[in-house]
Every structure is written in C-alpha cells, then in structure tokens.
Design a protein around this ligand. Structure first.
Ligand SMILES: [Mg+2]
Length: 184
C-alpha cells in the first residue's frame, strides 16, 4: 500500500537501505560485476552519498549477487569490488549485506525476502523499519521494502515502473536533492 514519505521528518533516527546495481553503479544487463574494472559508479553518486550520510543515522547496502551461486565469481571477487566501491565513495555504508544464493534456492536472505533487513536490525538494534527507506530499481527491491514495512523509493532501471512506490526518483542524486530541498 502506497504511503507518503515524510521527507522533512527524516533525521538521524532513520535508516537507509540501498540496492547496489542500478543505484550505485551501472547495472550490467544479464551479467554480473565481477571485478572493480566492471564497477562503474553512476554520475553524482559520491555527492549524493555525502548528503545521505549526513541525513540518515544508518546506511546499508543490500544486494543479491547470485553470480557467486552460479560460480561466475567468488566471494573474494565481490569483496574486492566492494572494497573499491567503499574507497571511491569514501566508506559510506555501515554494513554491506549480500545474498550469494541462486534465485532457485529460495533463500530467506535473497530479496524480495527480508532476511538482510532482519539481519541489519539484529546487528544495529536501533534500526526501526517504520523509519527506514529502501531505494531500488527492481520489483524485488520494492517488495523487500514493503514486506519489511519500510518506505520505498523507486528508481527506474531493472523494472520500468513500480506504481506502488512511495516515491519515484530519477537517480540517487535526485533523491538526495529532494531531501536537501525537503520537497516531496
Ligand atoms: Mg538493482
């Protein structure tokens, strides 16, 4: 059910959950980012993260990476990519959660299931889903946010549209700008 994201009320008691591919970096259609050279950060993400970092108390990355489950890359490759990402973005995440299992395995940690959100709440007990925002470009991201009781922000990408999103933005930078202006 669609809600209205109270942008002006977002302060450091809030948590932000971010999808990776299509939000932070360019999504590789039908493929996986297997090394830092393939990790292309989207325009103005660094600036957006700097603002979001000031606004939200906690920021988490929640990413499905079944390329590992398929044997196309290893956990070490993913860690290398994330090391590069964190260095480029100046370490913006409180924690990175990933699910390496195949979609067919029906893992409770794979979005749209909310295992990664529940883990974040165990790791950071101050996380309150009613004061949390999930930003993503896929239906699984939006369902993840909805199921956990978060607000959802949709950025077109892996899915073309998601009418039930609480807010739609063009990019992570656009979302950060709206927060800055406190406009809806
Ligand atoms: Mg994505």
């Amino acid at each position: 059910m669609k809600k209205v994201l109270p942008i002006g009320e977002i302060d450091r008691s809030w948590s932000l959950f971010l999808d990776r591919d299509g939000i932070i970096n360019e999504r590789i259609v039908d493929g996986y980012v297997r090394n830092p050279a393939e990790f292309v950060i989207l325009p103005d993400v660094r600036e957006a993260m700097a603002h979001l970092r000031r606004r939200f108390g906690r920021i988490f990355l929640v990413t499905n990476q079944q390329g590992i489950g398929k044997g196309l890359m290893g956990v070490q490759d993913l860690e290398q990519v994330h090391g590069y990402m964190e260095a480029e973005l100046e370490f913006p995440f409180d924690r990175i959660y990933f699910c390496s299992e195949l979609a067919a395995a029906n893992s409770p940690f794979r979005k749209p299931e909310i295992g990664m959100a529940l883990q974040a709440q165990r790791d950071f007990p101050e996380v309150d889903f009613s004061r949390s925002v999930m930003v993503g470009d896929a239906v699984s991201d939006m369902l993840f946010g909805e199921k956990a009781g978060m607000y959802t922000v949709f950025i077109p990408g892996a899915a073309a549209s998601w009418p039930d999103a609480d807010l739609q933005c063009e990019s992570l930078y656009d979302f950060a700008q709206r927060l800055k202006k406190r406009t809806r």
